[in-house]
Design a protein around this ligand. Sequence first.
Ligand SMILES: [Zn+2]
Ligand SMILES: [Zn+2]
Length: 349
Amino acid sequence: MNKMLAAVFHKDETSGGEIKLEEVDIPKIKKDDHVLIEVKASSICGTDLKILKGGHPATDNTILGHEFAGEIIEIGENITDLKIGDKVVVDPNEKCGYCINCRRGLSNLCEYMALGTTFGIFQNGGFAKYCVLPRSALFKLPDSINLIAASLIEPLACAVHCHNIADVKESDNVVIIGAGPMGLIIESVIRKHPIKRLISIEMDEWRGHKALKLGADHWINPKTQNVKQEIQNITNGEGADVIIDAVGIAETFEMATTIWAPGAKLVCFGQDYRAEAKIKPNDIVRYQRKIIGSYIGYAEDFLDAIELIANHVIDVDELITTTIPLSDLLTTGFKLMNERKCVKIITIP
Ligand SMILES: [Zn+2]
Ligand SMILES: [Zn+2]
């Protein structure tokens, strides 16, 4: 009874690595500010697949899963504001609170985090029945919240952060490039605010239709349509006032610079560290445009994401494609992710 099933990453310097479902020891609290949680739901992220292919670093022999929620079953002596039975969601990115970025209010850029501290990537995470975490990584949830829906809070917090960075106005033509899980979650947040229109650019049919279902007014398929011309037609020649690049490759960045209106904001959200794109500085100066990055989120974005889930503002049923037992992670879970016919897949340990 002191073993549990866990999805453990085994690093391979040439191929990236593999994940194995293994019986491992149930972790124990080692510090007085630690909490043992029973994981109730853990969402699969595109980053998990990137880790397998070597496109994202991760620590060898670590339990993956960084988007998860659960219930407290054991609690360190120093913790007075949480109790056994409380529902919690995990902010997997551990911040120090004292580096220069933290103290400047940019905790999402914590220098300590850059050394590799994320739970579910560099330290044990949520693809397991139990997980030990420091108090600082936890947000208490309302008792009434559905914990399967709560496993969406982490990616939703990143989407809330992106929405805040984009600072959309009611008169804005908003374009989201890429309708993968994050593009769609960002769309769900933006759609809750008044804007002129929302246009999704996506080359995959399933995802394009999903973008429309979640509230995009238009879907442009760059495989079959001329993006620049379509944006001109749809916006009556105005162009895009806010563009979210939820892909982050050279092609999408450069595409954005063909459709941006004077005074537009281009928010870079999707990440590919290998991408290098061309841009004419004068296109920025002459038309007073802005290019801004959006990276994970602040604690306040977590609080907003919790409210959006707890108050049923976000249509969770549209975002959760299916729920599977953790034992099906490597089969059904990764298969659906690789086929790109899903938004979020939730595993239950
Ligand atoms: Zn993620
Ligand atoms: Zn810091």
